[in-house]
Ligand binder design. Structure first.
Ligand code: SAH
Length: 503
């Protein structure tokens, strides 16, 4: 089992920094004993221009089978008859697999976690990386390998099927591929992807999946798994198809996604999920700053009856409940799953009578007018509009500003200009996989001004979060205040006057 990681360098950033990053000296060949055999780390090349680290895992196949771990789940535990042969003929010593993933985390643990005491600046660096795995077991074939690594920021994902026997091409391909990944990534991101995806592709996890596997998966998947189009397949295979664990993980990934309206919130969720992980002092998460800004604006508007439109998992509803000046709070979301989380968070089933009279959760889509939403003091759309396809946005505008017509409407959305300040965000990417668009300050202002004009509102803008002199704040908020009566007599694109009706 063999894997190489290479990087190239420039004089200010020599390639041999890889040695610091991996905590393994490029001049030495080292051996580490791991639970499945001996892991060797050595550098076939190490110059300022180019440096390659190799990880070779020498597995003892017989010992592995004797320990009941040779051929993945099922085998070895109950002694299936074909396990007899598997003791002596199995691919574990040759193919990169879950064992290599375990060795990766054992030998390159600090690198995987993005720590480097000697050079704390290094783990944050995005470097040119090349990862090669000559023999990778890939259940699902080359296509699945491409699908899994494709969305993860690599410029090149080269997958070549390995023939069963080179002398007899007519025998077709084996279930192994050669994988070469090339691109500019943080080393820790690359290692965390491999740590999860190698066993996923192997699909024969060698050890009994324990409860903390879910934690390990979420930690290693932080920042990429929740938004991965194949997160369900990855989760299910990683957890060896243990239904209850997969569901647990899926629920938690959903939490991550729901709260992940921007880069910061992942940390917040992570902390909730795994409280004791990190006790360092952290800046106030953007999600918290946003809620504070929204609460302040609602108080300033004197709102008592409030709609939280696209309430997600109900954090804002919860904060509103804590302030008695909000007498009626209605959370609305299209996602039943999100509302389920919100209900749990709010402990709706256990609220006292007075509290439960103040709060309600409604399922509904903001793309349609909804009589239940009429007549409120204020409505909040916090990080919601960017989840709608642009062509659907006029329908939401009409449903909120034309039909429901609360006195005050607060709309927050990411300021795309700020994205260059998120270190973890590759250039040109939106903050969240489900964002259909992200606007500049000018685009948001133009949209808001037009909505205000059409529907009889005045609009002001409030920065949320660190207001960068150059690129502005991470979150932009528009505060709409109704100025006139219904302005819907001015026909908009979403409403065609019915025949016979005066336009
Ligand atoms: N307001 C929350 C959640 C933002 S995530 C917060 O600030 O954290 C966006 C939410 O909008 C999701 O919960 C999603 O389900 C919801 N949403 C997206 N499109 C919607 C629609 N058409 N109608 C109602 N809710 C919608």
């Amino acid at each position: 089992m063999f894997l190489t990681i290479s990087t190239t360098g420039i004089p200010e950033r020599p390639a041999t920094d890889l040695g610091f990053l991996l905590h393994k000296h490029p001049g030495k060949a080292q051996a580490f004993s791991t639970s499945h055999g001996t892991a060797h780390v050595f550098y076939p090349e190490a110059s300022a221009e180019r440096c390659t680290a190799a990880l070779l895992l020498e597995v003892d196949p017989v010992a592995l089978v004797r320990r009941g771990q040779g051929q993945g789940k099922g085998k070895g535990r109950g002694g299936a008859p074909d396990a007899a042969l598997a003791q002596y003929v199995n691919d574990r010593p040759y193919a990169a697999s879950s064992l290599l993933a375990v060795a990766l985390s054992a030998v390159f643990g600090s690198a995987l976690n993005g720590r480097c005491t000697a050079r704390p600046d290094l783990p944050e660096q995005v470097r040119p990386l090349r990862v090669e795995i000559p023999v990778l077991p890939a259940r699902g074939g080359a296509e699945l390998v491409r699908r899994l690594f494709g969305p993860l920021g690599w410029a090149g994902v080269e997958v070549t099927a390995v023939p069963l026997d080179e002398r007899f091409p007519e025998w077709g391909d084996s279930r192994y591929v050669r994988l070469v990944l090339e691109g500019e990534l943080k080393l820790s991101d690359a290692l965390r992807q491999l740590y999860v995806l190698l066993p996923v592709l192997d699909d024969a996890k060698h050890y009994w999946v324990a409860l903390d596997e879910v934690d390990k998966l979420l930690r290693a998947g932080d920042g990429w798994l929740a938004a991965h189009p194949d997160h369900e397949l990855i989760t299910s295979r990683y957890l060896a198809r243990q239904g209850h664990l997969t569901r647990d993980a899926m629920d938690r990934l959903e939490l991550v996604r729901l709260a992940e309206a921007d880069g910061r919130e992942v940390e917040e969720v992570d902390n909730a999920v795994d409280e004791d992980r990190d006790t360092e002092e952290k800046p106030v998460p953007l999600a918290v700053q946003r809620r504070e800004a929204i609460l302040a604006a609602l108080r300033a508007a004197g709102a008592a009856r409030v709609l939280d439109l696209g309430c997600g998992q109900g954090q804002l509803v919860q904060a509103l409940l804590k302030d008695v000046s909000f007498t009626e709070i209605v959370g609305v979301d299209v996602s039943v799953r999100a509302l389920g989380f919100a209900a749990k968070r709010l402990r709706l089933d256990r609220l006292g009578e007075r509290q439960s009279e103040r709060v309600r959760l409604l399922q509904g889509s903001l793309a349609y007018t909804d009589k239940r939403l009429a007549g409120y003091d204020a409505a909040v759309l916090s990080e919601v509009i960017e989840h709608l396809d642009l062509p659907r946005l006029p329908a939401l505008e009409y449903a909120v500003f034309g039909a429901a017509r609360p006195r005050t409407v607060l709309v927050t959305t990411p300021n795309v200009e700020y994205n260059v300040r998120w270190e973890s965000l590759p250039a040109g990417h939106v903050r969240h996989g489900d964002h259909r668009f992200e606007w500049t300050r000018a685009e948001f202002r133009a949209w808001a001004a037009e909505v205000a004009r059409r529907h009889g509102y005045a609009v002001a803008f409030v920065p949320v979060g660190d207001d960068d002199p150059e690129v502005g704040p991470p979150t932009q908020m528009a505060v709409f205040t109704q100025t006139g009566p219904t302005a819907t007599t001015t026909a908009t694109t979403t409403e065609t006057p019915k025949e016979g009706e005066a336009a």
